[in-house]
Design a protein around this ligand. Sequence first.
Ligand code: ASP
Ligand code: MG
Length: 411
Amino acid sequence: MALIVQKYGGTSVGSPDRIKNLARRVARFKALGHQIVVVVSAMSGETNRLINLAKEIMPEPDPRELDVMVATGEQVTIGLTSMALMELGLKAKSYTGAQVRIVTDNAHTKARILSIDEERIRADLNAGYVVVVAGFQGVDESGNITTLGRGGSDTTGVALAAALKADECQIYTDVDGVYTTDPRVVPEACRLKSITFEEMLELASQGSKVLQIRSVEFAGKYKVKLRVLSSFEEDGEGTLITFEDSENKDSNMEQPIISGIAFNRDEAKVMVLGVPDKPGIAYQILGPVADAKIDVDMIIQNMGADGTTDFTFTVHKNDMTKALGILNQVQGHIGAREIRGDDKIAKVSIVGVGMRSHVGIASQMFRTLAEEGINIQMISTSEIKIAVVIDEKYMELAVRVLHKAFELEEA
Ligand code: ASP
Ligand code: MG
């Protein structure tokens, strides 16, 4: 008997039939003697619908109020899912994030989980219930409803698995695993049987939408066994996230150098031009941005010339206006010549643990892009990743040629 947390995404609960289907799958696992916790997202499209609704009233919705209303999407699906399980003769009970005490900080719309009171869930499981928990939401210490950021149900699933010390956390989605890249962009993309946790973390942070990055961080921190599976297949092994390079890899097969390519249209570039080249400038620029809880991704500072330099960084597109506003306020103080934003950019990243032991990967990437006449605006690297910022309109082309250049069709 195992304790399994199963998380179902929006498409998997997108209609009553699909919810019934989900319930049948849960019933099969239950019949094998397992204890099951189900985490569900809102029905597909529902979160977007709610956000758009909010924007019709308030163009930049108040974060606390936005959380109160978008959290209702998941509240609908937990009730429906429990009912579907009951219709199959199972004992089921649903809980919102607040009911089950998923306590978060108070960073509305991107809250972080601080603690989960798993006692209640455990008691229900021991009493034979399937426990259905709303993904994406929690409650802060003062009782305000919070949400965990888009795709946050993954994090709820993994966090519950960690808190309950579950044997496996299964993420059911509309794809049957993690692919070398998005098959909608590259039809030749292949499913990976396994991928290391580090690679998955990079892919998620670089824009792969399969798993929310926080869920991967959580899985890494608590060593949660995580598997991505299709909710439309009866059986398929999906993609297992492993913790060692060698684990679960076919030892006869040479491991590919690059495991995957991620891309991301969600970032915007903020340029602070002509700032004095002296100590403290980076802090004066990014300090107020950080104080406004705006996440910064890539950062580039050019070499100084004539005592000034240019400072460029990327933020989420939604945060660009806010970041520009903050910088305009401190422009005089910093002594910057100009502050500019550009949201017509895309980031394309290649990821693979094989980079550690191979040279020339960056040059191969840059050559491939150069051959297509694609200009690279920014570059950042880690031990297992190379990311470039390019003009948004070349994004799909870049992904396709890189997929081919690194022979990922044969992965
Ligand atoms: N419903 C939320 C969203 O669309 C959370 C999730 O699906 O994971 O972002
Ligand atoms: Mg998702």
